[in-house]
Design a protein around this ligand. Structure first.
Ligand code: JFZ
Length: 294
């Protein structure tokens, strides 16, 4: 086992956070695509997106109370909106919406609770003009790959030590199109101790079974990610919450089979945590206080 991954294997339990303009929209993080919302229309969510300062502190406190040891927040989901400050696009939370760096606030909050810090990053991008074109147009691919590597470079340069990079959805390119080998080389040169997942088309350090718990063969590291209801982003109409009993059982299954459990929350547009999420995670925390080991 890799020395880099020691803390992660010991951690076992982490909090996934899906937060962005889709939270403001309050339907589904895929709504832009599923409901074919045109970019000019969707962008109108940005000026009204204004989560309360200190929200991330509440997420981090809840994670800590639930017995989680690390967090992974969406820095940019498929919608393309950057929750962080960047020189590469104005479609970001400092220029539009809250006018604050939500990733900075998240990093500070996680560290304040002694939790490890992970960044989710979607390669697929529905907002960037080259995000789809890059598959059929070499000039577009060049621009978009430079943009992608550039954003990742900023994320891994501007926030101190980052513990996990969680790539997602590599459509419409493959590893060679994304220049993923070069991407990971850059990532490790900026953050020698970071752990990366397998969703940029390479094996990475761990696999990511989603919404199910299936151990990897041959001692390969894995982390099962799961929603608490049926959506990753905040969805007003979704009240199909899992019980704390189910969550504890899932955590036990993961731990027993040698994997990690990354459990998602979808904060409300104001940054608040849905009451049912607080209730379930607090119950999990009470079980962990009695039965978990630190
Ligand atoms: C992706 C996203 O589309 C989704 O919004 C969320 O962020 C989730 C964590 O990741 O969805 C996926 C990605 C990969 C698989 C399934 C859904 N997969 O490999 O089965």
């Amino acid at each position: 086992q890799l020395r880099r991954m020691k803390w992660w294997h010991e951690a076992k339990f982490g909090m996934f956070i899906h937060f962005g303009l889709y939270s403001q929209h309050a339907r589904h993080e895929w709504a832009m695509e599923d409901e074919a919302i045109p970019i000019p229309e969707y962008q109108k969510l940005a000026p009204v997106f204004n989560p309360a300062p200190g929200s991330q502190r509440q997420w981090a406190k809840l994670a800590k109370a639930a017995g989680m040891k690390y967090m992974v927040m969406t820095t940019k989901h498929h919608e393309g909106f950057c929750n962080f400050d960047t020189k590469l696009t104005n479609y970001n939370a400092v220029k539009q919406g809250p006018k604050r760096d939500l990733v900075r606030e998240y990093v500070d909050a996680a560290r304040a609770e002694g939790l490890r810090v992970g960044f989710y990053y979607s390669l697929m991008d529905w907002h960037h003009p080259d995000g789809a074109k890059c598959a059929t147009d070499e000039a577009a691919r060049r621009r978009f790959v430079d943009y992608t590597h550039g954003l990742i470079r900023e994320l891994l340069t501007n926030y101190g030590k980052i513990d996990v990079l969680w790539y997602d959805v590599s459509w419409p390119l493959k590893a060679d199109g994304w220049e993923s080998e070069k991407m990971n080389k850059m990532v490790f040169s900026l953050q020698p101790d970071i752990i990366v997942n397998n969703r940029n088309g390479l094996l990475g350090d761990f696999s990511t079974p989603e919404q199910h718990i299936t151990a990897e063969k041959g001692g390969r590291a894995w982390e099962s990610c799961m929603t608490l209801n049926d959506s990753w982003g905040f969805q007003r109409a979704d009240d199909n919450w899992k019980s704390s009993k189910t969550i504890v059982r899932n955590l036990i299954t993961c731990a027993h089979d040698g994997g990690n459990y990354l459990l998602n929350i979808g904060p409300q547009p104001d940054g608040g945590i849905p009451p049912e999420t607080i209730r379930v995670l607090s119950e999990v925390g009470r079980w962990m206080d009695t039965n978990g080991h630190t």
